[in-house]
Write a protein that binds this ligand. Structure first.
Ligand SMILES: Nc1nc2c(ncn2[C@@H]2O[C@H](COP(=O)(O)OP(=O)(O)O)[C@@H](O)[C@H]2O)c(=O)[nH]1
Ligand SMILES: [Mg+2]
Length: 370
């Protein structure tokens, strides 16, 4: 039996099983087996693509700017119109489906940050399993810092389809990676440490690890709402965790009461805009900027004056190393130490290393070896 058939059989087993407390254990293991097979399948097909023509999966777009945002939505919801509105790009728009057949990047400048925005061909139900250009489109989304989900006011029901497709390709929206640490060892059996009150039994954790061939090592789970799915995600190792923003477009075409009705039905945090009538475009720029969680760093050359005029824009959580990489490719190699004045240190001028995490408005001096 091939991998697809095995997956199908396990999925059928799940469908036949009633979901309740008594079957939780059984279903957890079935899910782990499916995820493991899918991972194998993914690795196989990837290997084949490379062997065939050295081609890459996804569109060959070079990341540029301080962060990358992708526009995801069904055909004709207004993605290209919006890209043209937000950036200097000129993406073809049209009242017919599939006007955009490739990925088109543009650059948006906002509050000193350069934000790359990528317009993608529309995706439809079944995209993750290869319908239309879906798989390639979604693989671009995997590398984005923020996903803008664009909806047409007349088709709000697309939201769930899009979320499902993103999940299927391994993109977890607005979720943090589960707090689970796994350390494999060669011998010694399994040490399972569940630090939080959870519903999953140690036995299930053990069995899921076994499906993934882990028989020795230690696992620490500190995830408050831990479920067996979280563990499977970590073991699959191919999930990405991305923030997203839902944008409702074409609100120029509806009245207030219909607008409210749509918003209530969707029941998610969203921003309503009109890409071609210029409604809430500035608010959207602001929302994108906020979601990307930028911080500003002021550089001070060694022994010189701080440049407060042109801050360096980085993401919250970035380290001195990230700044070095951004400034010059040799900076990490030549790095001796850094000094910081600001919120991320205990005293002004404190010396720090490459892994030190910066905070908004830190003043930073990088001292090189030579
Ligand atoms: N009324 C209205 N039409 C829009 C709006 N945004 C886009 N459109 C129109 O919707 C059609 C599809 O737009 P396009 O940007 O090509 O959609 P895409 O396929 O998602 O890239 C075009 O005819 C646009 O002019 C909007 O905010 N309001
Ligand atoms: Mg388009």
């Amino acid at each position: 039996m091939g991998i697809p058939e095995k997956i199908k059989e396990l999925e059928d087993q799940i469908h036949r099983t009633q979901i309740n407390k008594a079957t939780e254990f059984h279903i957890g293991i079935l899910k782990a087996k499916i995820a493991k097979l899918k991972k194998e399948q993914e690795e196989n097909t990837h290997g084949k693509t490379v062997a065939k023509g050295g081609g890459t999966v996804g569109y060959d777009i070079r990341k540029a700017g301080d962060a990358t945002v992708v526009l995801i939505g069904f055909p004709s919801v207004g993605k290209s119109t919006l890209l043209n509105k937000l950036t200097n790009a000129n993406s073809k728009t049209g009242a017919y489906q599939f006007t955009t057949l490739t990925a088109i990047p543009g650059m948006m400048e906002h509050r000193g940050a350069k934000i790359q925005i990528i317009d993608l061909p529309g995706i439809i139900k079944g995209a993750a399993s290869g319908k239309g250009l879906g798989k390639r489109v979604l693989s671009v989304a995997r590398s984005a810092d923020l996903i803008l989900i664009i909806l047409d006011v007349f088709q709000p029901q697309h939201l769930n389809v899009l979320l499902d497709e993103l999940t299927l390709i391994g993109i977890k929206i607005n979720k943090k990676p589960p707090n689970i640490q796994i350390q494999k060892t060669a011998v010694g059996g399994l040490l399972i440490n569940i630090a939080t009150q959870v519903n999953v039994t140690e036995k299930l954790v053990r069995e899921i690890l076994r499906v993934y061939g882990i028989h020795n090592g230690s696992i620490t789970i500190r995830e408050p709402d831990f479920s067996s799915d979280d563990l499977i995600d970590v073991l699959s190792g191919n999930r990405v965790y991305t923030s997203s923003l839902v944008v409702l477009n074409k609100i120029d075409l509806i009245n207030n009461s219909l607008h409210n009705e749509v918003k209530n039905k969707l029941d998610v945090e969203l921003l309503s805009i009109s890409a071609n009538s210029d409604i809430n475009i500035d608010q959207l720029k602001e929302a994108i900027f906020d979601k990307l969680d930028f911080i500003r760093i002021f550089m001070r050359p060694k022994g010189g004056e701080t440049d407060f005029k042109e801050p360096l824009i980085i993401r919250n959580g970035n380290s001195v190393r990230d700044v070095c990489n951004k400034l010059h490719r040799n900076f990490v190699k030549d790095f001796k130490f850094a000094q910081i004045w600001g919120k991320s240190v205990k005293f002004p001028g404190q010396k720090v290393g490459l892994d030190h995490k910066l905070m908004d408005e830190d003043v930073l001096t990088i001292v090189k070896k030579i």
